[in-house]
Design a protein around this ligand. Structure first.
Ligand code: ACM
Ligand code: ZN
Length: 519
């Protein structure tokens, strides 16, 4: 019997003889707690409120694992069971995928009888978007969220600030937007200046942030904002230069790459600024986590080494180097976030024993893998290794197959006692300057990622995934999504590490991968 193409692959899937016909008259009957899951389906089905005998039932049962569900299609009815709202929602998501594929006859969708039992491998299944380097806006983010929900991803990590722009409104510190959200031009390295589009000024108002967060919540997606400190802060220092060690004026960065500029770890006003800013921003995000970056601050440490105020704090606190000073800095910010009810996340390259153990570590870079492995026994860990999950990197390096092949052991983890909470794929946007470029890097790799995040390793099979992916590509086509059509044959040895679909300056050469998109 025909199997439906469900991504991520469910834990158990059996088919039976017979079918159930869903029409616009089919009722969806849900217990009150699961009404939002039912609404997600009825919006899709456009059901008629006229009561009829048969129905799609969404029932609550006790004792199922969080986010898990069963889905039974029999000739009599369709039944989804779950113990929590997220489980009911994912049952509906699976049914929605099935209904899209079901044979349509005389206005009815004929769904083959089946039984699915399903539960996630990881309870953190994340996707990150960087809107500092390039800004995409509400509609694109909502479409990404819709597609995340269809793949049962449940965490949206929103990189809202960096050297290239501060993209969330602050009413307490308005220069973060008036100056910090504005740069002279949006850069794609290699473009001539005239092709760089002039002033670039974008940020989300707090109302827009709330709208997106509420939209995500309905899709059972938690939004984690990232305010990156103490490095990656030129957009902060452009408006408030007094927060750096030397207080000299600086501008929002128009180029790609790492800058040395850093917040001073020795000035009380820096901690005061962060406390007030976090007090303002935390209430916009009802989720548990708040990301404070912490990555790539090594060049800034050299500034701290020469700053009398930073040195004084080091002496007072008995800290032996700038890495430990960063631990002190991040731990202080962590205390602020605790006050506002949040759990702190930070990137692995800054984490060591001087960091409070309640800070969740997000692993991206392997250069101190041994140390991160040790940290994994002491604190929760999210895995985003560059070589598997950095989707801004060209497809030749991070191929669909490579993404699919991920498992904890390959990434250097997976020992008993390590606290691996989940995985996340990254869309840094230095080179992603348009909806098409974002989509090209995100799809279809995100489908492979979703299966890695949800489906047990022993239940994964790449060939089988590729077959199911054919339906998913059609699903993307219907949304007019510019997913990558790149195959191994097309890989070129000469490509740059990253790619872009940017404005076409004379000096800027598009990669082979991107030319394919124009077909
Ligand atoms: C990072 O890629 N700098 C976390
Ligand atoms: Zn300093």
């Amino acid at each position: 019997m025909l199997k439906y193409n469900i991504i991520p692959k469910p834990t158990q899937y059996q088919t039976y003889d017979g079918s159930y016909s869903v029409s616009s008259a089919t009722q969806v009957l849900a217990v009150p707690e699961f009404v939002s899951a039912a609404n997600f389906l009825t919006a899709f089905l456009k059901t008629n409120p006229d009561p009829k005998e048969d129905a799609i039932h969404i029932k609550k049962v006790a004792g199922m694992q969080p986010e898990s569900y069963t889905l039974k299609v029999s000739p009599q009815d369709i039944m989804i069971t779950a113990s929590d709202e997220a489980g009911a929602f994912y049952g509906v998501v699976t049914l929605k995928m099935i209904l899209m594929q079901a044979e349509k006859r005389e206005g009815k969708a004929i769904v083959h009888a089946l039984y699915i039992e399903d539960k996630p491998l990881y309870n953190y299944r994340g996707l990150q978007m960087d809107e500092s380097r390039h800004f995409f806006g509400t509609e694109i983010v909502k479409q990404v969220l819709d597609n995340m929900a269809m793949l049962k991803l449940n965490t949206f990590h929103w990189h809202l600030t960096d050297d290239q722009g501060f993209r969330i409104e602050s009413k307490v510190f308005p220069l973060l937007n008036e100056i910090g959200a504005r740069r002279k031009y949006a850069g794609l390295k290699g473009c001539t200046l005239k092709n760089r589009g002039g002033e670039y000024f974008h940020y989300y108002t707090q109302e827009e942030i709330k709208e997106i967060v509420a939209y995500a919540q309905k899709l059972h997606i938690e939004v984690i904002p990232e305010i990156d400190v103490p490095g990656h802060t030129l957009s902060v220092l452009a408006g408030y230069p007094e927060l750096s060690c030397n207080g000299n004026p600086v501008e929002v960065f128009c180029e790609n790459g790492i800058t040395k500029d850093i917040l001073c770890a020795g000035k009380p006003e820096v901690y005061d600024f962060l406390d007030k800013l976090l007090a303002e921003l935390c209430p916009l995000f009802p989720g548990r986590y708040f990301h404070i970056g912490g990555d790539e601050a090594a060049d800034g440490h050299k500034i701290w080494d020469k700053c009398p105020k930073c040195q004084k704090v080091m002496q007072e606190q008995g800290l032996s180097n700038a890495k430990e000073l960063q631990g002190y800095f991040m731990s202080r910010v962590n205390e602020m976030l605790k006050k506002y009810g949040k759990t702190t996340m930070a990137w692995n390259d800054c984490i060591n024993d001087s960091f409070d153990e309640s800070i969740v570590c997000q692993y991206w870079s392997g250069h101190n893998l041994k140390a991160v492995r040790e940290q994994a026994y002491k604190r929760d860990l999210i895995l985003s290794p560059v070589q598997y999950f950095y989707f801004d990197i060209k497809h030749a390096k991070v191929s669909l197959k490579k993404v699919y092949s991920f498992n904890e052991k390959k990434a250097g983890f997976g020992k008993p006692g390590q606290r691996i909470r989940g995985v996340e794929c990254e869309h840094w946007s230095e080179w992603l300057d348009s909806k098409e470029a974002l989509e090209f890097s995100m799809y279809p790799r995100v489908a492979a990622f979703a299966e890695v995040a949800w489906t047990e390793l022993s239940n994964r099979n790449y060939k089988d995934f590729l077959q199911r992916l054919e339906w998913y590509k059609n699903f993307l086509k219907k949304q007019d999504i510019h997913y990558s059509r790149v195959t191994k044959k097309m890989w070129s040895a000469r490509q740059a590490q990253h790619f872009s679909l940017g404005v076409d300056g004379n000096e800027f050469k598009r990669s082979e991968e991107l030319r394919l998109l124009e077909k």
